[in-house]
Design a protein around this ligand. Structure first.
Ligand SMILES: NC(=O)C1=CN([C@@H]2O[C@H](COP(=O)(O)OP(=O)(O)OC[C@H]3O[C@@H](n4cnc5c(N)ncnc54)[C@H](OP(=O)(O)O)[C@@H]3O)[C@@H](O)[C@H]2O)C=CC1
Ligand SMILES: C[C@H](O)[C@@H]1OC(=O)[C@H](O)[C@@H]1O
Length: 253
């Protein structure tokens, strides 16, 4: 087990990639706190899945775009489990929309959830780790979209580049405290975030065709990469980006 008895916090942990990461953390021996905006049945399922691996799990509702959500999440986790060892910044949205008529509110909300949310949460988790005084690991879910563009993602791709940039700067700011900061860059992973976009068979076939490993990703494909970066196996890895995309990025022709 890579994370025996560690305490792991995950934003956006009720569905998709965050939910799969929560379960992987439990398999690796960690207790888990998940945040999500709406909690509900999805969060309850994740709690049950974590507990099925013999680990504890709490769910804390709150919009990551609000700074007070970050302190409330960290405080609740500390109250439940005593400390924070690993923080995974995962919550995100991608409301596909064309560039020329992008509503200002869609741009603003996407920036606030994906980038400001990652900032506030990382800051709150890091402050707790510094207070504890024995280091920690922070992993942000960035994206292949930090490296390449998307016609209907002009509001989204800058947030994913920003999240990786945040990890690079935090690696410097927090290295002296023994806190490592890294990014995972998933390719296209089948979740609710792209369900509508990939319901077009032509689009889905095109996306699958771009991937050398021959399939779109599953949320579980991301869990191992996060566990590695969170663990002592990655003790000398900080400021790094790990692309988990089935080879899509390198496939020019
Ligand atoms: N799927 C993909 O192909 C890829 C995804 N990513 C990134 O992975 C991350 C997770 O995406 P994915 O699992 O696909 O998405 P999903 O839509 O499946 O899940 C999103 C999760 O984030 C939560 N969330 C959304 N908005 C907020 C908010 N304002 N405050 C708190 N929680 C929130 C949701 O909770 P709730 O239901 O309560 O809103 C849910 O738990 C995102 O950052 C995304 O950019 C990166 C590359 C590829
Ligand atoms: C939402 C997209 O389908 C998904 O998210 C990303 O970050 C990549 O652009 C993926 O294709």
């Amino acid at each position: 087990m890579l994370l025996k008895d560690k305490v792991v916090l995950i934003t956006g942990g009720s569905r998709g990639i965050g939910a799969a990461v929560a379960v992987e953390m439990a398999k690796q021996g960690a207790d888990v706190a998940i945040n999500s905006n709406s909690g509900g049945a999805a969060a309850a399922e994740v709690i049950a899945a974590v507990e099925a691996h013999g680990r504890r799990c709490i769910s804390v509702e709150g919009d990551v775009a609000l700074p007070e959500t970050a302190t409330a999440f960290v405080n609740a986790a500390v109250e439940a489990f005593g400390r924070v060892d690993v923080f995974v910044s995962n919550a995100g949205i991608c409301p596909f929309h064309a560039f020329l008529d992008m509503p200002a509110e869609t741009l603003k909300r996407t920036m606030e959830v994906n980038l400001h949310g990652a900032y506030f949460m990382t800051q709150a988790a890091a402050n707790q780790m510094v207070k504890q005084g024995n280091g920690g690991a922070i992993v942000a879910i960035s994206s292949i979209s930090a490296l390449v563009g998307g016609e209907f993602q002009t509001h989204y791709t800058p947030t994913k580049a920003g999240v990786h940039s945040l990890m690079q700067s935090c690696a410097i700011a927090l290295g002296r405290h023994g806190i490592r900061c890294n990014s995972v860059l998933p390719g296209t992973i089948l979740t609710d975030i792209n369900r509508d976009d990939l319901s077009d068979p032509a689009k889905r076939e095109y996306m699958e065709g771009r991937i050398p490993l021959g399939r779109l990703g599953q949320p579980e494909d991301i869990g191992g990469a996060v566990a590695f970066l969170a663990s002592d196996m990655a003790a000398y890895v900080t400021g790094a980006a790990l692309l988990v995309d089935g080879g899509a990025f390198v496939n020019l022709q």
